[in-house]
Design a protein around this ligand. Structure first.
Ligand code: PRP
Ligand code: URA
Ligand code: MG
Length: 213
């Protein structure tokens, strides 16, 4: 597993405002959107392209276009949905599949409650969107799900990660042949005893969409 922490002053600035507990939901959604577009630039560095012959107003030339099959973008509901528009801004022709997952806040185990993905993901590059890599349980389950369907290259785009979660994720993916990259805006200090990222930003889903009882 490769982990890329995006080191950029604009990312750091936006992340600081995002973390602030006084930042309201509309601002939080806008900042998430902007941050993901910045992360997407790094996350798509290895997106597959193929040669394409075109004619400019001056001369014929060969450039590149996104290869087929197109990449699949997979937001993990609920909080990952807040990252979808920011990602699609850079990959407007990507397909989108959905995974609904929730972490049991007592056991910290991830459960899948919804799935809408192509049956066959053979040869597909997948971009998984989830703002928080905390214990890593959610992301590990999502990646296993996609690779079991045939996905052969996975990049996870996250806002924050905890070192413990990255280690758990790596251990959870042991033996997997498929390359996995995690692109993240910041590697935080640790998890607290409730499995929250410290200093973190709180519950990303609640801050994006409000508290569900
Ligand atoms: O790394 P983990 O310990 O598995 O935790 C991370 C997960 O927790 C949050 O989702 P949550 O379960 O709160 O669902 P939500 O997006 O609907 O709020 C977050 O969006 C991740 O999916
Ligand atoms: O800090 C955390 C951990 C899990 N999920 C969140 O939304 N935030
Ligand atoms: Mg949540």
């Amino acid at each position: 597993m490769r982990t890329l922490v995006v080191d950029h002053p604009l990312v750091a600035h936006k992340l600081t405002v995002l973390r602030d507990e006084t930042t309201d939901s509309p601002t939080f959604r806008n900042l998430t959107d902007e941050l993901v577009t910045l992360l997407a630039y790094e996350a798509t560095r290895d997106v597959r392209v193929e040669p394409s012959d075109i004619v400019t107003p001056v001369a014929p030339t060969t450039g590149v276009k996104l290869a087929t099959p197109r990449p699949l973008v997979v937001p993990i509901l609920r909080a990952g949905l807040g990252m979808l528009d920011g990602m699609m801004r850079l990959l407007p022709t990507a397909e989108v599949g959905f995974l609904g997952m929730v972490r049991n806040e007592e056991t910290l185990e991830a459960a899948t409650y919804a799935e809408r993905l192509p049956e066959d993901l053979s040869g597909r590059q997948c971009y998984v969107l989830d703002p928080m890599l905390a214990t890593g349980g959610t992301l590990a389950a999502a990646i296993r799900f996609l690779t079991a369907r045939g996905a052969d290259d996975i990049t996870a785009v996250c806002l924050l990660a905890a070192p413990e979660g990255c280690a758990n994720l790596e251990a959870g993916l042991a033996g997997l042949e498929v390359p996995v990259t995690v692109v993240v805006a910041a590697m935080d200090e640790k998890l607290n005893d409730k499995g929250y990222i410290v200093p973190g930003l709180g519950d990303a889903g609640d801050r994006l969409y409000g508290v569900v009882g």
